[in-house]
Design a protein around this ligand. Structure first.
Ligand SMILES: [Zn+2]
Ligand SMILES: [Zn+2]
Length: 324
């Protein structure tokens, strides 16, 4: 099949990748649309050693699996877990010790004609949610995870650092939480998208030190962490959403002295994300910066690197009208 293949930090378009042939319990999905995210770009830079098909944000139609699922349009959670290790048994299955992760750890991903996932990972997409909206379920779920991890109150001063792909979604989610939200970012057009949603924005240079109860780092750059660190007040919470290739320098004793809570934050709940997209509470379409067919995937990844481009979509197959 056709796919974008990552090997030795090089991405290539190939037409000879083996189709998935999963064990019982897993289904094969014909991918229709996939999204490029910062994690994909970081994988190409080598943040995690991975060889295989890249990509984890997708919409597709079940091609092979249980009768009730075949033909359904779905999105899928990206962690395939064992249900048997201590983490799984303790209810922390996204931290399964034996997990594979779609397009990230030990499992070929979504920048391909087909992918395989456990049936339990799939969520049917309501018929009236187009592919170009449903493809945002995974990153929107990741944004919602913050609300699962941190108690955010209406009186809280919350800073989202970074107005890129993830920052945009995080800001929309927090805006709905009615806290005192401000987003700091450099790119005027990205800030304008937020202002259109009545979300306040600020130049990062103008941030007052130690003035926020909660800071969410979404820049994807290492200096983002130190800016976030400066902005959070003593006993405040710093949520880290970015994954960076390489290590981070941090003044650990200052974190102790200021009693900062550091929260790492990754995958989140698909059900609530899909509902927000389905009822139009969050419309991610203004974030779509470019679309490419799968065979131009190398150019798609290059476009996603550009600071003025938000979400890049790969159109893998023509969308089908099979309803739910
Ligand atoms: Zn992603
Ligand atoms: Zn497990």
């Amino acid at each position: 099949m056709r796919a974008l293949w990552l090997e030795d930090r090089r991405i290539s378009y190939r037409e000879d990748v083996a189709e998935p042939d999963p064990p019982a319990g897993e289904v094969v999905i014909d991918v229709t649309c996939a999204g490029v995210c910062a994690t994909d770009l970081e994988l190409v830079r080598g943040y995690y050693s991975y060889t295989g098909v890249l990509g984890h944000e997708f919409v597709g139609v079940v091609a092979r699996g249980p009768a009730g699922l075949v033909g359904r349009r779905v999105v899928g959670e990206i962690n395939a877990v064992c249900h048997d290790c201590p983490a799984c048994r303790a209810g922390r299955s996204t931290h399964c010790e034996n997990r594979t992760v779609l397009g990230i750890v030990g499992r070929d991903g979504a920048f391909a004609e087909k992918l395989a996932l456990p049936a339990e990972n799939l969520h049917p997409v309501p018929a009236d949610v187009p592919d170009e909206v449903a493809v945002f379920t995974e990153p929107l779920a990741a944004a919602l995870e913050i609300l699962e991890q941190v108690d955010i109150h209406e009186s809280d001063r919350v800073l989202v650092l970074g107005a890129g792909r993830l920052g945009q979604l995080v800001a929309r989610v927090l805006h709905r939480a009615r806290c005192e939200l401000v987003v700091a970012g450099g790119h005027p057009e990205k800030l304008r998208l937020l202002e259109r949603e009545q979300i306040r924005t600020i130049d990062p240079e103008e941030l007052t030190p130690a003035s926020f109860d909660v800071v969410i780092e979404c820049t994807g750059h290492r200096d983002g962490f130190s800016t976030a660190r400066r902005a959070v007040r003593p006993r405040g919470t710093l949520v880290m959403k970015s994954t960076y290739a390489g290590e981070l320098a941090l003044d650990a004793s200052a974190i102790v002295v200021d009693e900062i809570t550091l929260v790492g934050s990754r995958c989140g709940p698909f059900g609530p994300a899909l509902r927000l997209l389905a009822d139009g509470a969050i419309d991610p379409r203004p974030l779509i910066g470019a679309r490419f067919p799968l065979h131009e995937g190398v150019a798609a990844l290059r476009a996603a690197e550009r600071p003025d481009v938000l979400k890049v979509l790969l159109e893998v197959a023509a969308p089908r009208s099979r309803g739910e």
